[in-house]
Design a protein around this ligand. Structure first.
Ligand code: PLP
Length: 367
């Protein structure tokens, strides 16, 4: 029988998991506070504590988290904000929507932003850096924080893919003045719908985020600043609180599968690395492969679903093409080689070995 290895499987088929979630949601039905209800507050406390931060503000998505986070720091027209060139477009859009200009830095072979490239792009207009912990691996934060300090720049982490990832025992989201997470259903720590959160240690930013997420309104009536509605659903907070309990197991499974890939595919394709002190959560397991497109087609035919995340660099999107600022030759080179292979907790070790066998087969036979 032919095997099918899906890139993701978001269904909740396990009875225990489904019943636990239904029970959590049922409590929300019974109290009826569907937006910013008690579970949201509990969720915020749990997230702040997990990240070792003073405050967390639950919002409607990771995109909202970034946009509101940038707004709370007064970034806007005339400011340049340096970010990576390879990410989900929300990273750049959140910057652009504040009125600030995104400036696109190059990446290293691990697909994360290159601190050397950041330094080259700093201008008198540069106000902030938005490093993205891409694929669930923390960026080179010690170097980035040092750069920021030296040039007096604000750091806002886009930790959307990296909840739980660590570098030298410091978690993603514990570095910047503001850090942003997405808990959309695809992420490692996932809601059953849209969800996001902003964390910070500063009371002033926290207070501002609280009203920025609700049309800039204080005490439900007085609008102090124009903003939009980015409040968090209570049902999503209830789901996330329940799922937080099983998160470490999910991460361990992904890491175990990643370790199998590392051993079995060494020397065949270029693999994600984990240097000393790095602890990745593998939002994606992204290999770099020669004849990538042919490999993808071959794997598809063998029932292995893969993805290219993302096939278009942010600065090369039509919306950004005119007068884009930045420099990213390594990203342009790597873009032709990246391929995300299945590496999630719904798979079995047999699935992983099947994927490995097919990749080996492709390169052995030179199909
Ligand atoms: C998912 C993601 C976002 C956006 O999160 P949403 O919750 O989908 O709005 C932002 N940045 C990165 C790097 C992401 O992967």
């Amino acid at each position: 029988m032919e095997r099918r290895v899906p890139f993701l499987d978001l269904r909740i088929l396990d009875d225990q998991s489904r019943n636990d979630l239904l029970e959590a949601i049922n409590k929300v039905f019974l109290h009826g506070r569907f937006i910013l209800g008690p579970e949201v507050q509990e969720f915020e406390e749990a997230i702040a504590s997990y990240c070792g931060r003073k405050y967390a503000v639950g919002v409607n998505s990771g995109t909202d988290a970034l946009y509101l986070g940038l707004k709370s720091l007064d970034l806007g027209r005339g400011d340049e904000v340096i970010t990576t060139s390879l990410s989900w477009i929300a990273s750049a859009n959140a910057i652009a929507m504040t009125g600030a200009t995104p400036v696109f830095a190059d990446i290293r072979d691990d697909l994360n932003i290159d601190p050397l490239s950041i330094e080259k792009l700093i201008s008198p207009k540069t106000k902030a850096i938005v490093p993205v912990h891409y694929t669930g691996k923390v960026c080179r934060m010690p170097e980035i924080m040092e750069l920021a300090q030296k040039h007096n720049l604000i750091v806002i982490e886009d930790a959307a893919q990296a909840f739980g990832a660590r570098l030298n025992d410091q978690v993603a989201g514990s570095y910047g003045r503001i850090a942003c997470f997405s808990m959309n259903p695809m992420k490692v720590f996932a809601a059953c719908g849209e969800a996001g959160v902003v964390v910070t240690d500063e009371k002033e930013l926290y207070d501002r985020l609280i009203y920025l997420r609700y049309n800039g309104v204080v005490n439900r009536e007085t609008c102090y600043e124009t903003s939009l509605n980015g409040r968090m659903d209570t049902i999503q907070a209830a789901v996330l609180l329940q799922r937080l309990r099983g998160l470490s197991e999910i991460i361990e499974t992904r890491r175990r599968f990643a370790a199998i890939y590392q051993i079995e595919l060494a020397g065949i394709v270029d693999l994600p690395c984990e240097s000393a002190g790095e602890w990745n959560v593998y939002y994606t397991f992204t290999i770099r492969a020669s004849r990538r497109d042919e490999l993808k087609t071959f794997l598809e035919a063998q029932g292995v679903e893969t993805k290219i995340q993302h096939p278009i660099l942010m600065p090369e999107q039509p919306a950004y093409r005119n007068g884009v600022k930045g420099e990213y030759p390594n990203a342009q080179r790597l873009l032709k080689r990246i391929l995300c292979v299945p590496c999630h907790e719904k798979l079995t070790e047999d699935d992983i070995h099947y994927v490995i066998k097919q990749i080996k087969e492709f390169y052995r036979s030179g199909v």
